[in-house]
Write a protein that binds this ligand. Structure first.
Ligand code: PLP
Length: 379
């Protein structure tokens, strides 16, 4: 099945008791057993819930994986993925990683003895110097947040093969519409389903997808044991959101490309970060690795003062100022004070996140209205 068909049909079985075409919201905590231990696979809703099963089946199919597990948030999914690490284990992670992931690694796992190295993985050769016998995991984001750098997944996978290193991609920014890292040999894909998968800014959820049976079993054990599972209503919302994922991503990409080109020509705008622009350092790689360039665009004003960025963000009306991304509505954000507010200023600036940087999540509104909004705000 092609992607645009899978988003509509994967995981969709008529409800066995009624034939309902859409999986019902099984708002129940427990399931009546025919006898002790005699049941149809459902016993208690922390372990399994039919609405969640339908969503997990759909997500596995979209990422070309055998197993998917959903969690109460993207962070809970990341936490589940990190739980196999022990004191002394080493993790190499993307330098300009999502701020929340950085906080979880640095403030929860590092004090327990896990060692993290934050490295610019756009230079896959640099991995040589950072991988050692203690390395257990590579944590990647591509495109990265908020600078939209592109990592060569194939090159990283090649470095890690047969070394017992788990490669992970946080695929939130791309969504499986743009890239399916498991196809390249990546071990584990993580999502904040809060973003493009849900797509309507009305739910918080995370997911992990893999082809590795043993890894899936371990993660399912963590999911059931620590219990950070999403409720059935939220699973229903993400299932509903998925139906339009292909259509939405197509429009997000078209709009973002036009916004990036428009910003690039504006006299008051400095650097524009969008992998679809030919001058973007990851453009050639992104053209190979991704099916399109996505809906995220970051840019700096020539006047790099914080006050100037603030003036523009306050002037925007359609691009609401807010955390998050990937919804149908456009958003703008200030990474230095918002998503990366917990990263110390010196480290933040070393990552290339200046006070003048503005990140746009370009929605699926009419492009003329979006460009008009930017025009008025930047003027
Ligand atoms: C939002 C986000 C997360 C965290 O997900 P939540 O659903 O907010 O817990 C992780 N990674 C990336 C890239 C994100 O954008």
């Amino acid at each position: 099945m092609k992607f645009a068909t899978k988003v509509i049909h994967a995981g969709m079985e008529p409800d066995p008791s009624t034939g309902a075409i859409i999986p019902p919201i099984y708002q129940t905590s427990t399931f009546v057993q025919e006898g002790p231990g005699v049941h149809k696979g459902y016993t208690y809703a922390r372990s399994h819930n039919p609405t969640r099963t339908a969503l997990q089946t759909a997500l596995a199919s979209l990422e070309n994986g055998r197993h998917a597990l959903c969690f109460g948030s993207g962070m809970a999914a990341i936490d589940a993925a990190l739980r196999s690490l022990k004191p002394g284990d080493e993790v190499v992670a993307t330098a300009d990683i999502y701020g929340g992931t950085y906080r979880l690694m640095n403030q929860i796992y590092a004090p327990m003895g896990v060692i993290f190295r934050f490295v610019d993985l756009t230079d896959a050769e640099a991995l040589h110097t950072h991988i050692g016998p203690g390395t257990k995991m590579i944590w990647m984001e591509t495109p990265t947040n908020p600078l939209l750098k592109i990592i060569d997944l194939e090159a990283v996978v090649k470095h890690c093969q047969n070394r017992g290193i788990i490669t992970v991609v946080d695929n939130t920014f791309a969504s499986p519409y743009l890239q399916t890292p498991l196809d390249i040999g990546v071990d584990l894909v993580m999502h904040s389903a809060t973003k493009y998968l849900g797509g309507h800014s009305d739910v918080i959820m995370g997911a992990l997808i893999t082809n590795d049976d043993e890894l899936a079993q371990r993660l399912a054990f963590v999911q059931n044991t620590t219990g950070a599972v999403p409720g059935p209503q939220d699973c229903f919302l993400v299932l509903r959101g998925l139906k339009t994922l292909a259509l939405r991503m197509e429009r997000h990409g078209q709009n973002a490309m036009k916004v990036a080109h428009w910003l690039d020509l504006h006299p008051k705008v400095g650097a524009v970060y969008y992998p679809g622009l030919p001058q973007h350092p990851g453009h050639a790689l992104a053209s190979r690795q991704m099916r399109d360039f996505g809906g995220m665009v970051s840019f700096e004003l020539k006047d790099q003062r914080y006050e100037e960025a603030l003036r523009v963000m306050k002037g925007l009306e359609l691009f609401a100022l807010g955390e998050s991304l990937g919804g149908v509505e456009s958003l703008c954000a200030h990474p230095a004070s918002m998503s990366h507010g917990s990263v110390p200023k010196a480290e933040r600036e070393a990552m290339g996140i200046s006070d003048g940087l503005i990140r746009l999540s370009v929605g699926i509104e009419d492009i003329a209205d979006l460009l008009g909004d930017l025009e008025r705000a930047i003027a």
